[in-house]
Design a protein around this ligand. Structure first.
Ligand SMILES: [Zn+2]
Length: 114
């Protein structure tokens, strides 16, 4: 995969997470605009993990990854956000949701295999 293609894919994954966090934060933390500080720090943690992923251009979606580089607390928070937001994403951001569900459906769960 070319570098800019990789960047585009990672950016799309980041945008998806951002959209999900916004949906989650506005209904759980009562923010009209922007994320609260807790959600902001979770999101920047996720961005760093995406950028530093050891699988590089073979990177699976974080939620499909067998390596689980997220620490347990961040992982369970993220799972909560995804559980709450992924279907709401369809109504708020249909295009983002379409590529999200398509990519997840097409990706096998990655086995750890260096
Ligand atoms: Zn929040």
């Amino acid at each position: 995969m070319k570098k800019d293609k990789l960047k585009a894919r990672n950016d799309r994954e980041k945008n998806t997470f951002y959209a999900m966090m916004s949906i989650y934060c506005s209904s759980h933390h009562g923010r009209g605009k922007g994320l609260c500080s807790e959600c902001k720090s979770l999101l920047s943690y996720i961005y760093i993990k995406i950028d530093l992923c050891v699988f590089k251009n073979k990177k699976p979606k974080c939620i499909k990854c067998a390596l689980n580089c997220f620490n347990r607390e961040m992982r369970s928070k993220m799972e909560e956000v995804i559980k709450f937001s992924q279907y709401r994403l369809i109504f708020k951001h249909p295009l983002l949701a379409a590529s999200y569900f398509l990519e997840i459906a097409m990706q096998p769960v990655r086995k750890i295999n260096f």
